[in-house]
Design a protein around this ligand. Structure first.
Ligand code: ADP
Ligand code: MG
Length: 141
């Protein structure tokens, strides 16, 4: 099934200048960018995005990190895009991520782990609407 998912190239990866490499990996995996913008998330925007984690002990640190510099926010479209992108990203902790995954290659720590990817159809719908509200996104396939 063709799906859409939200990806974020996080501030650590933008600072490392690996935006091009990460986008290349999406495209090589058949995940087509259909909307994309570079933006610096404010703390409140990062908090709203990660609201599901508001009770977690790392919430303040995480949202401070996510608002520490520019990110690239991308809607990816492709076959089973949500799971395909999770597989491409690897585990949350780069040290536990499969070799060759984006987080294994570019992640620095469990927090600064290079990329975000939606984890379910419900979160994908919420997250795409959060960053691209009211947009009638055209298919790139
Ligand atoms: P994922 O991004 O793999 O879906 P989670 O949804 O559990 O992982 O967490 C969201 C983000 O919060 C992670 O990508 C990471 O940046 C950060 N994070 C997760 N666990 C921790 C932790 N134990 N300490 C610090 N930051 C964390
Ligand atoms: Mg998650």
């Amino acid at each position: 099934m063709v799906e859409r998912t939200l990806a974020i190239i996080k501030p650590d990866a933008v600072k490392k200048q690996v935006v091009g490499d990460v986008i290349q990996r999406y495209e090589t995996a058949g995940l087509h960018p259909i909307a994309m913008k570079m933006m610096s998330l404010s703390k409140p925007i990062a908090e709203g995005f990660y609201a599901v984690h508001s009770e977690r002990p790392f919430f303040h640190e995480l949202t401070a990190f996510m608002s520490s510099g520019p990110s690239v926010v991308i809607v990816l479209e492709g076959e089973n895009a949500i799971q395909a992108n999770r597989d491409l990203m690897g585990a949350t902790d780069p040290q536990k991520a499969e070799p060759g995954t984006i987080r294994a290659v570019h992640g620095a720590s469990i927090e600064a782990n290079a990329v975000h990817g939606s984890d379910s159809p419900e979160t994908a719908r919420f997250e795409i609407g959060y960053f691209f509200p009211g947009m009638d996104l055209q298919s790139g396939c």
